[in-house]
Design a protein around this ligand. Structure first.
Ligand code: COA
Length: 159
């Protein structure tokens, strides 16, 4: 069942919000792929104008987050993650739809993203209307040295 969640959006490098995102980060990403960001990477991008971080919480505990960076009228979903204990209950979809709403409110016309071709998140992106754009062979290197293709997706806001 969908938990009772609050979504809080931050446009500045808020320490507590970044700590919450890092707590989810540490649990959400499979270390095999080396996809989790470090705190300096997260705070670096939060210092760039046009970035926003949305944290989903229940009873103040962080369940997931979305990180988006916009440049002019386009934006990119940089990260989307949900704590493994809270998956499959709509938290990721809620975060993604909220990010799309925020983007639309800001006059942004499209959201882009890049994802490892074997990532289950693709099911979520397609469900909310992202369309496949192209494949970059061997774009990601896992910690075991294995290469993985990247797929890029795009959603136009008017669709
Ligand atoms: C991807 C991720 C954010 C999904 O979060 P979630 O809260 O479990 O997703 P939701 O419960 O909101 O799922 C919504 C829809 O997404 C799709 N989906 C989610 N997880 C899926 C899975 N493991 N396999 C296939 N489809 C999936 C389904 O269509 C689902 O809709 P349905 O429940 O009606 O079938 C989560 O699995 C995660 O944190 N993964 C690790 C981090 C990551 O790789 N992020 C993406 C790249 S940054």
């Amino acid at each position: 069942m969908m938990p009772d969640i609050a979504l809080d959006t931050y446009e500045e490098a808020d320490r507590n919000a970044m700590a919450d995102a890092m707590a989810v980060m540490a649990r959400a990403f499979d270390p095999a792929y080396g996809e989790a960001w470090t705190l300096p990477q997260l705070s670096g991008v939060m210092l760039m104008p046009g970035t926003w971080l949305t944290i989903a919480r229940t009873d103040a505990a962080p369940l997931g987050f979305a990180l988006v960076r916009s440049v002019l009228d386009e934006c990119e979903l940089l990260l989307l993650a949900v704590d493994p204990l809270w998956r499959g209950r709509g938290v990721g979809e809620t975060l993604l739809r909220d990010s799309l709403r925020t983007a639309r409110r800001r006059g942004i016309i499209s959201m882009n993203l890049e994802v490892r071709s074997t990532n289950n998140a693709i099911g979520l992106y397609e469900k909310v209307g992202f369309e496949y754009v192209h494949r970059r062979p061997g774009y990601y290197r896992g910690n075991d040295g294995q290469l993985h293709d990247a797929l890029s997706f795009r959603k136009d806001m008017h669709m």
